[in-house]
Design a protein around this ligand. Structure first.
Ligand code: LLP
Length: 432
């Protein structure tokens, strides 16, 4: 059990959250190592051990830091990175190069050189200019890169439009237009600077229905047949992306990995048999589902305001700077008072952040025990895209992250200091 209640306090992976708040201060991210490991092991059972010739690259954008990458490495998964910064973190964590995949719709020359120098396992190419750049860098360095092309499979998913990526009008991927696609694929096949591995798609995030992955997989498989027909070349790998939804509130009915992956693997295998293809390696890139539910955020309640006949606001000592998702996607969360965990819920409040922005509301109308300044509010499911999207708006400091594991707690990211916030600022001579 990751979540427990003992003596009126919320316990997270064996650690008393009220103690954690006291010791490390708030706002604080608390992430359960056990919960992350359980997700990795579920992927091992439902996918890696169940099927031959498959692999998982954790989409590290969800929560990328040295300790997290170590956990992922130890659990035997690969990672996906999308920037020089994420790759740099992976290099500093000594993450094995061959298990790294590099995604992104606008990789710079410097980022590509960094990736090629480190020898990352796969570059997921997002356009024809990028292929040119890779070929040139590899030629210069006398290296060879393994590449996949990301395509836009033209499927519409049911999620917030801001996190949909597979629709026709998308900045990601190569459009499904033979006159554009086939020449670049041919160029990759013929190039001696790259190994052309195959096709990648990622259709969106926080998905609960498996049908769109299936539709997109069919598009990618059809393309594999076309490549074989036109160039007599069999692709080696298909990457079906991530997107598996997690539980933020009771309305989110989380599905197992098997729910998504069994039909996908069945469809892929049937399709390959029917079309005379060798079944390529199948890769997936889950981010959110590995870490979201492992993490909670702790805040201290400060100012409380009652607007008669309207609502009661209780403000936390953080907000959109440590969790931008409600403001950006109208994302919904649940939470509780960690220091009144066994008490009756007897009032309704709206939890607001402290940023100077009206959309900085964490949770509207949540039931809590009688709330007071100094209470500790715990928000659930903040492990993915919480710390990862933290920012310094209003010059609020980025909180610390504590990793908890069966009663032990370790700081894995220190709280940012004001000095660090202004460390790159300079006053020009003319203003002195
Ligand atoms: N692969 C690629 C190429 C991606 O772009 C993404 C997410 C993933 C894998 C992982 O998707 P996941 O399994 O985490 O759904 N900031 C947003 C989510 C943006 C996701 C972007 N790409 C949020 O907080 O909801």
């Amino acid at each position: 059990m990751i979540k427990e209640i003992k003596d009126n306090y919320l316990i997270w992976d064996g650690c008393d959250t009220v103690e954690l708040a006291k010791e490390y201060g708030t706002p604080l991210y608390v992430v359960s190592q056990t919960a992350i490991e359980n997700e990795c092991r579920a992927l091992q059972e439902d996918f890696i051990k169940k099927y031959e010739n498959v692999h998982v690259a954790y989409a590290s954008k969800a929560f990328n830091n040295l300790a997290m990458l170590k956990i992922i490495e130890k659990e035997g998964l690969g990672i996906d990175v999308v920037s020089g910064g994420e790759l740099y973190t992976a290099i500093r964590a000594q993450f094995p190069a061959e298990r790294i995949e590099f995604n992104g719709n606008n990789k710079s020359n410097e980022e590509l050189e960094q990736a090629i120098d480190y020898g990352v396992g796969r570059l997921i190419v997002d356009g024809s200019q990028e292929l040119e750049k890779i070929i040139e860098i590899c030629r210069k360095k006398g290296k060879k890169a393994n590449i996949l092309f990301r395509i836009t499979p033209e499927v519409e998913v049911e999620t917030h439009q801001f996190i949909s990526t597979g629709q026709k009008d998308s900045k990601f991927g190569l459009p499904l237009d033979e006159s554009l696609l086939l020449p670049i694929i041919q160029q990759a096949i013929q190039s001696s600077e790259v190994n052309f591995y195959g096709i990648h798609f990622h259709i969106g995030s926080q998905l609960f229905d498996n049908s769109t992955h299936l539709k997109a997989a069919e598009v990618a498989l059809q393309l594999a047949v076309m490549i074989k027909g036109k160039f007599n070349y069999e692709i080696k790998e298909l990457n079906y992306g991530g997107g598996f939804g997690v539980r933020y509130t009771e309305d989110d009915k989380r599905q197992s990995y098997a729910y998504f992956l069994d039909p996908l693997m069945a469809l892929t295998e049937d399709f390959c048999v029917q079309n005379g293809l060798n079944r390529p390696t199948i890769a997936i890139e889950p981010g959110r589902s590995i870490v979201a539910e492992a993490g909670i955020s702790l805040h201290t309640i400060g100012s409380i305001k009652t607007l008669p006949g309207i609502r009661k606001y209780a403000a936390i000592d953080g907000g959109m700077t440590d969790n931008i998702r409600p403001g950006l996607y109208q994302a919904t969360y649940t939470g509780m008072l960690a220091n009144k965990a066994a008490q009756a819920l007897d009032e309704t409040v709206t939890i607001s952040g402290k940023a100077c922005e009206s959309t900085d509301i964490l949770i509207e109308n949540i039931q809590v025990p009688t709330i007071a300044s100094g209470d500790i509010f715990a928000t659930f499911t903040t492990g993915a895209y919480g710390y990862a999207m933290a920012n310094n708006y209003n010059k609020l400091a980025i909180p610390a992250v504590v990793l908890v594991n069966k009663g032990k707690a370790d700081i894995i990211v220190k709280r940012q200091t004001y000095e660090q916030i202004i460390q790159n600022e300079r006053i020009p001579e003319s203003l002195k």
